[in-house]
Design a protein around this ligand. Structure first.
Ligand code: FAD
Length: 464
């Protein structure tokens, strides 16, 4: 049977787009098709522009410390078109007791900054003497065990900023597998981190300064990345407004069904967020969980004609502060041209895993709550010039109880079903760099498999 395509990719978010781009780039003759439910590509990546302001529904950027992401920028010709904000210059703040505490940029400065009392700093060193914590602890339990409880508000802020999550629910093995490995290999995070730093210094060469990564975006916002990838993949290879409703393995590959069409392919990539993958793949083998929790947020955008922001990227508020908002990004500090000349803009996040009820508020109420909250922390003129509520199209998958079982189920499923690849938002992390890294390795495996199949066919031709 001849396949309609060599590879079908379900979902044209960043994951699906990067896989398609990588395959096309190395094998232009590979016949692939991306099927996308929505009318545009990019998934949760979407920039918003109005009245001279630029904001984001989804991601604001990615750190340029990932080789695969840097390679993607080069391949797409976007390397020169980036805007970058170095972590060396841009500090962050955590709101503690209704005050913004600046987090210094180097471990030594953090150690000496007045973030926690001195006796608690000595408790942090207790990490050197603690055995690895067994089981699958939550982030909060694990951090308290290793470093003591004084650091918890800061740890909470980190996971509010990345997952919009609840660190009493997120599992440390799922959200920081690398850190957990340091714990098991070196018996201590501090020892492991020092060993890593020594190795990296040796690789850089003695005396070479440590490069701090930069937050990276584009002058017209993050949407530039999926737009450029879609251009390179070619409109003829992406079908929009087409939701995949079922997938089936056949004798010769995969059959993919939509409301009114059927497609055949040798390889099937399900490049969807965890919950959407589960719905599609359940008939192949029931998963141990029907779904995982997601954290949804709304972004309140505020533009001011006068007023200034503290230097830096922005701040995060741990739950114990009991504030209305999760944190604020100082957008006009981070990247140029985010606001009209002489104006400032910041984006304040509301909702998350712990406060989904706030997302039910109408725009006016949500804006009023968010503005009252940030006014207690920032020095602002009485009224904003511009306001807007952005509600992203997707939630952030939460890697909580049962996630490790789900990963095992996914791994078993792909082992049992040749030609099936499952990746995307939440499967191997949640950040853009995670998606780009995994997409690169999936595309390599698909190309290798196609090559093997082709070689087998050629050998058969010789003998028969
Ligand atoms: C609010 C928010 C802020 C974020 N901020 C950052 C950040 O600052 N930095 C960072 O690194 N990461 C951030 N992330 C994470 C980052 O955006 C994701 O890692 C990444 O965009 C996920 O891409 P994806 O393609 O895997 O999934 P998605 O973007 O969800 O794409 C999946 C695609 O599949 C389509 N689809 C779904 N079901 C079907 C179906 N049945 N048939 C066909 N198509 C289907 C969807 O329409 C969608 O286009 C953020 C995420 C969110 C939600």
């Amino acid at each position: 049977m001849t396949h309609d395509r060599d590879t079908i990719i379900v979902g044209a978010g960043l994951t699906g787009l990067v896989i398609a781009h990588k395959i096309k780039r190395s094998h232009p003759d590979h016949r692939l098709l991306l099927l996308e439910k929505n009318c545009t590509s990019g998934g949760v990546i979407k920039s918003f522009r109005d009245s001279g302001y630029l904001a984001e529904y989804g991601p604001h950027g990615f750190l340029d410390n990932c080789a695969e992401s840097r390679a993607l920028l080069t391949e797409t010709g976007l390397e020169q078109a980036c805007v970058r904000a170095s972590l060396k210059e841009f500090v962050r703040y955590v709101c503690i007791d209704s005050k913004l505490m600046m987090i210094p940029q180097s471990p030594l400065k953090i150690a000496t900054a007045p973030l926690i009392p001195w006796p608690d700093k000595f408790r942090v060193l207790g990490d050197l003497f603690k055995k690895p914590l067994g089981g699958e602890p939550t982030v909060a339990k694990w951090a308290a065990y290793r470093f003591g409880t004084a650091l918890l508000p800061y740890v909470d802020a980190v996971f509010t900023g990345t997952y919009a999550g609840d660190y009493n629910e997120l599992k440390i093995d799922a959200v920081m597998p690398g850190v957990r490995q340091l714990e098991f290999t070196h018996g201590s995070i501090i020892r492991g981190a020092l060993a890593k730093a020594r190795k990296s210094r040796a690789q850089r060469g003695q005396g070479a300064p440590l490069q701090m990564p930069s937050m990276t975006s584009f002058p017209d916002g993050m949407q530039r990345l999926p737009d450029r990838l879609s251009e390179l993949i070619g409109a003829e290879n992406i079908v929009f407004n087409t939701a995949v409703t079922a997938v089936k393995q056949t004798a010769s590959g995969w059959q993919v069904e939509t409301a009114d069409q059927r497609f055949q392919a040798a390889n099937l990539v399900v490049a969807l967020p965890v919950n959407q993958s589960l719905r599609l793949l359940e008939p192949l083998q029931p998963p141990p969980l029907k779904q995982i929790p997601e954290a949804w947020i709304a972004t309140a955008v505020f533009g001011f004609k006068q007023g200034s922001l503290p230097p830096g990227f922005g701040f995060l508020s741990p739950e114990r502060e009991r504030r209305f908002t999760l944190g604020t990004l100082f957008s006009s500090n981070m990247f140029p041209n985010r606001a009209p000349h002489g104006h400032i803009v910041f984006e304040t996040l509301v909702g998350g895993r712990r406060h989904p009820e706030r997302l039910d508020l109408d725009d006016e109420t949500l804006l009023a709550g968010a503005l009252a909250d940030v006014k207690g922390l920032l020095d602002l003129p009485p009224k904003p010039d511009y306001t807007k509520v952005l509600r992203p199209k997707g939630g952030i998958p939460q890697l909580e109880h049962g996630y490790s079982g789900l990963l095992s189920w996914r791994n078993e499923l792909v082992t049992r079903h040749s030609g099936l690849y499952i990746c995307g938002f939440g499967w191997e992390g949640i950040g853009l760099n995670d998606m780009i890294k995994t997409a690169g390795s999936v595309s390599e495996r698909i190309v290798a498999r196609s090559r093997q199949t082709q070689q087998r066919a050629e050998v058969r031709k010789v003998y028969f």
